[in-house]
Design a protein around this ligand. Structure first.
Ligand code: SAH
Length: 246
């Protein structure tokens, strides 16, 4: 009986892999991975392990999601231990839920191995706590993929007036519209924003700005990148630890 492990690879720094993920990666007969999973992780696999790349390049899928689902299923028919390795956490904008549902419908056993999501760890490596007593009592992780100009939005923009931290994933290409929208709902133009590119890796870059000027500042910044909007961004001045340390 085969088993599929929908496994979080963590955000980039290989050492942020969980012990449980490490264990199944070492035992895997096949690893199905995408672009966000650090390729160094594949070197941990045993001799003879097969590798299948189904990656996404900046939102463009090498394979559409239904084909990825089928690739996972077909591999489960052939191999005992299948690792589906996904960047960050498999259930945070990773479509891991869809992959698990596809397997459930076909009676394939699966396990979910959560990973450290970039949404929290990239800010942490940039010296930005997503919550802080007296500054932000909650944080939201929001898709930046949907254009804020969309007529019928699934995103409750009006709720975003508070000082809760907002973390946009997949949003760099929409950053002009996102900043504009947040100003429209009443946030100040001076409101602090950070953009973190390739967080937790040796290529990490952090750009700090305001809702008004962040767009110019991030020009040419490489992906993957996420956007943090909130007063917590100011804490970086004291809490930055990673970049100077490399
Ligand atoms: N499941 C992943 C997220 C997948 S969506 C997770 O939990 O981290 C892909 C988005 O994640 C990218 O567009 C980017 O916004 C963000 N992302 C992933 N890795 C990142 C990194 N190392 N640094 C900054 N952003 C990252």
């Amino acid at each position: 009986m085969s088993r599929v492990y929908l496994t979080g690879a963590g955000p980039g720094d290989v050492e942020l892999l969980t012990l449980k993920a490490y264990k199944v990666i070492k035992e895997a007969d096949v690893i199905i991975y995408d672009r966000l999973a650090n390729p160094d992780i594949l070197e941990m696999a045993k001799d003879g392990c097969q590798f299948v790349y189904v990656g996404k390049e900046d939102g463009r899928h090498v394979l559409p999601q239904d084909e990825i689902n089928e690739v996972i299923y077909q591999n489960a028919l052939k191999h005992a231990i299948v690792v589906r390795l996904k960047g960050g956490d498999p259930f945070v904008f990773g479509r891991g839920g869809e992959e698990a549902a596809y397997l459930y419908e076909r009676n394939v056993k699966f396990e979910i191995i959560p990973g450290i999501t970039s949404a929290i760890s990239a800010p942490a490596y940039a010296g930005i706590p997503v919550t802080q007593r007296g500054v932000a009592v909650s944080f939201r992780v929001v898709t930046g993929h949907e254009s804020p100009n969309k007529k019928i939005s699934q995103i409750p923009w009006e709720n975003y007036k508070t000082d809760d931290t907002i973390i946009f994933l997949m949003g760099l290409h929409n950053i002009a519209k996102i900043s504009q929208k947040l100003i429209e709902i009443g946030k100040s133009k001076e409101y602090p924003v950070a953009v973190i590119s390739r967080g937790t890796t040796k290529d990490q870059k952090v750009v700090i700005g305001t809702l008004e000027d962040i767009v110019q500042k991030v020009e040419g910044l490489p992906t993957p990148a996420l956007i943090v909007v909130g007063q917590v961004v100011n804490l970086r001045e004291q809490l930055q630890w990673f970049e100077g340390d490399k």
